[in-house]
Write a protein of this length. Structure first.
Length: 137
């Protein structure tokens, strides 16, 4: 082979194999957008909301229906899996107060008047529940 650029054939072929194709560049760009949307949503968005967000930003991806017909994974879901991103689900708040009990209810004699003239005349308290993996503390 004639050395036009003073580069050997083996070096040229190695360099050519290292090039990133246009398709891979588009995939890398989409993955970057997915990461950005994922962390902007505080890691709560899954693939459907991210797909909708990408569509609103003008990024075109194959529709989920066409991917489902061909048996392929939805692109955003596939990219999220490759990136190790999973949406964090938050549990819905459940009211645990039972107002229909037959226990003694103490009247509210303070009535939100917190300024007092004597010390130790009024005492107030509160209960704070902290949610942990095992339940409430």
């Amino acid at each position: 082979m004639c050395k036009i650029l003073q580069v050997g054939e083996r070096s040229y072929n190695h360099w050519k194999s290292q090039c990133v194709s246009e398709r891979k560049q588009r995939v890398l760009l989409v993955k970057g957008k997915i990461i950005s949307i994922y962390f902007d949503s505080k890691q709560r968005y899954g693939s459907p909301p991210i797909t909708a967000e990408l569509a609103s930003l003008g990024t075109k991806l194959p529709r989920p229906e066409s991917s489902a017909r061909t048996g392929e994974a939805i692109p955003v879901a596939k990219y999220m899996q490759e990136l190790g991103l999973r949406s964090k689900l938050s549990k819905k708040f459940k009211v645990r107060t039972n107002s229909k009990h037959k226990y003694l209810i103490v009247p509210n004699i303070l009535n939100r008047e917190f300024s007092v003239t004597e010390s130790s005349k009024v005492w107030v308290s509160d209960i704070t529940y902290i949610r942990v993996k095992e339940g409430f503390l």
